[in-house]
Design a protein around this ligand. Structure first.
Ligand SMILES: *Cc1c(COP(=O)(O)O)cnc(C)c1O
Length: 366
């Protein structure tokens, strides 16, 4: 079976390094917010080309904390996409702000600039751009829109580790970037973990206060924060896994190139390739197919293929009255009904890749 992710197939050297990192933490006797976290924060901030990294509990909290650090809350609107992990919108709601959903473009599944422009009004405080599937795109345009309307740009980088655009890395464009290190992400811990990255010292300070009960110095709480701290054991493992990230990312990109070149089937559409090679790190390789259920069961004989995401945010029970683009979210709904993610992880062999291509190409429709 070719799986969507295969941690057990990772190199034994990496497994040993993670075990060694675990031992290092246990023997240090310090388990939460210690030197491992400080070191990994520095490493990840410098990888992203920013000044500050603030380790937090998970990617969703990184978004909520970024919003709160920018004083975005009650009465403020934040525009984002309905084609994302539920966490993106849940974080906006938890910050007390009002999410507004704009539509996507069909050929990339990324936010449509035209749709976002229709959603901007005098309550809009930020655009939360999701680098969906691992792709960073049109950053000049997004920065221009935010500057012109005097609103903040925030980046949901949960799928975009190491994605760059004109030499700048995801998370370094806006006021802050939110990373998740959930196990299945391109850089993942052995549990939940996340980080907020920023060049703004006041956002960094405020965030490290917010992640720790709103505590400024020990036992002083100038505001009500959260408990969203990064564990030493995850930080130590992430430092080890970071050493492999470049190689793993290149492998994802290689597999994606093979899929782009090799998949030829009238029933299957591919998304547009990225404008720059390193602008897409292929957290997911997504195709669309009108007969998705049939294609999925055709593949499932020996290939796992999952759907990201089958239900748009505005179609989820608690979100049905959420504010949307006045012209509707038709592209998002169509994408949700047709998208399918093929396995694209660094442990796949060339034979696995060929198997997937052959299987997709041999699909003859229902
Ligand atoms: C995974 C993910 C999140 C949430 O990250 P967690 O660490 O699971 O909280 C947010 N946004 C996107 C786009 C994601 O893929």
């Amino acid at each position: 079976m070719i799986l969507m992710n295969d941690f057990k197939a990772e190199p034994p050297e990496l497994r040993d390094a993670m075990l060694e990192a675990t031992r290092r933490v246990l023997e240090s006797g310090w388990y939460v917010l210690g030197n491992e976290v400080v070191n990994f924060e520095k490493q990840w901030a410098s990888t992203c080309g920013v000044e500050y990294g603030v380790g937090v509990g998970n990617g969703m909290d990184a978004i909520e904390i970024a919003l709160r650090a920018l004083n975005i809350g009650t009465g403020d609107e934040v525009i984002t996409t309905p084609m994302t992990a539920f966490a993106t919108v849940l974080a906006i709601l938890r910050a007390g702000a009002t999410p507004v959903l704009a539509d996507i473009e069909l050929d990339t599944a990324l936010l449509s600039i035209e749709s976002v422009k229709r959603c901007i009004n005098n309550k809009t405080k930020a655009i939360l751009l999701v680098h969906l599937y691992g792709q960073v795109r049109q950053m000049d345009e997004w920065l221009n829109i935010c500057t012109n309307h005097k609103i903040a740009l925030l980046e949901d980088c949960a799928q975009a580790h190491l994605a760059t655009w004109k030499g700048k890395t995801a998370g370094s464009f806006g006021a802050a970037g939110a990373y998740s290190f959930y196990p299945t992400k391109n850089l993942g811990a052995a549990g939940d973990a996340g980080m907020l990255v920023t060049n703004d010292e006041s956002i960094a300070k405020r965030s490290s206060q917010l992640r720790n009960y709103g505590q400024s110095v020990r036992y002083h709480h100038p505001e009500l924060g959260m408990n969203s701290r990064l564990d030493e054991i995850h930080a130590a493992m992430l430092s080890e896994r970071l050493k492999w990230l470049q190689e793993f990312t290149e492998r994802r990109q290689q597999i994606a190139r093979a899929y782009h070149a090799g998949i030829r089937n009238l029933h299957v559409n591919q998304l547009a390739p990225p404008e720059e090679h390193d602008a897409h790190v292929y957290h997911l390789y997504v195709i669309t197919c009108k007969q998705r259920e049939a294609l999925q069961s055709h593949l499932h004989k020996n290939i796992q293929a999952l759907i990201h995401y089958p239900i748009c945010i505005h179609q989820q029970g608690p979100c049905i009255s959420i504010k949307c683009d006045p012209l509707g979210l038709r592209n998002s709904e169509l994408h949700a009904a047709t998208c399918l993610s093929l396995p694209c992880h660094p442990q796949m062999s060339d034979a696995d890749v060929a198997t997937v291509i052959t299987a997709v190409n041999s699909f003859q429709g229902a």
